[in-house]
Write a protein that binds this ligand. Structure first.
Ligand SMILES: Nc1ncnc2c1ncn2[C@@H]1O[C@H](COP(=O)(O)OP(=O)(O)OP(=O)(O)O)[C@@H](O)[C@H]1O
Ligand SMILES: [Mg+2]
Length: 202
């Protein structure tokens, strides 16, 4: 592997530090897609402290999405271990995510956000407050049907721009206050640089 193939993790791995409950430690993760000869990940080590925000940076094809898919339990049959310091863990239930090809649900704006936290019944005010946090409030309130506007190309739906869809996906993520782990795969790929800075501050 040369340096161009490696992914770069924004934090350092404190090998000697104790791993506490709620931390995530991926150790020596190696993964090869069944239909591929080359390894998508080769002995990746990733340590995330509870509460820490980290960025995974790397060239296209360096393994960022593969790494997050493994963490989310979407990809199995990897070598190596994932631990929270005590047991092998299944993180799936505590994870909220925006995938690289995030879903653009063909339903109303309100339903799109509610999908992020199905157990909760949202008031209109809660939905508007979430839209406000991702900078969509003004745009949505200008629509004739507001948060009840049907989205998508199907039927008579209003189509959002890629960046607006992405903001909506972030509002869906914020809708679930119980998620303890957030995984965002290229969450700002469609956002202009100013929007990108705004979103990282949420
Ligand atoms: N479904 C798949 N089947 C076979 N190989 C795959 C598959 N998905 C990814 N790969 C390979 O695994 C490697 C890592 O891909 P991955 O999608 O994790 O990279 P990435 O860093 O997320 O790239 P990008 O910046 O383009 O999103 C690549 O070499 C890619 O060709
Ligand atoms: Mg990717």
């Amino acid at each position: 592997m040369n340096y161009k193939d490696d992914i770069i993790i924004s934090n350092k791995i404190p090998y000697k530090e104790k791993i506490y409950m709620g931390d995530i430690y991926m150790k020596d993760i190696t993964y090869k897609y069944p239909q591929s000869e080359a390894k998508a990940l080769n002995k990746l080590n990733l340590y995330i402290k509870k509460g820490e925000k980290i960025a995974i940076v790397g060239y296209n094809g360096s393994g960022k999405t593969t790494c997050t898919n493994i963490l989310m339990g979407l990809t199995s049959k990897y070598e190596g271990i994932i631990t929270d310091g005590q047991n092998l863990i299944n993180l799936r239930n505590s994870i909220s995510c925006i995938l690289q090809n995030f879903a653009q649900y063909q339903m109303t704006i309100k339903e799109n956000i509610e999908a992020g936290f199905a157990e909760h019944k949202f008031t209109d005010e809660e939905i508007i407050s979430l839209l406000d946090r991702v900078g969509l409030k003004d745009i949505v309130l200008k629509l004739e049907k507001g948060i009840y506007t049907q989205l998508g190309q199907l039927g008579k739906g209003v189509e959002l721009s890629k960046g607006q869809w992405q903001r909506l996906a972030i509002a869906r993520l914020l809708a679930n206050p119980n998620a303890t782990i957030w995984i965002l795969d290229e969450p700002t790929a469609y956002l202009d640089p100013i929007s990108e800075i705004e979103i990282y501050d949420i």
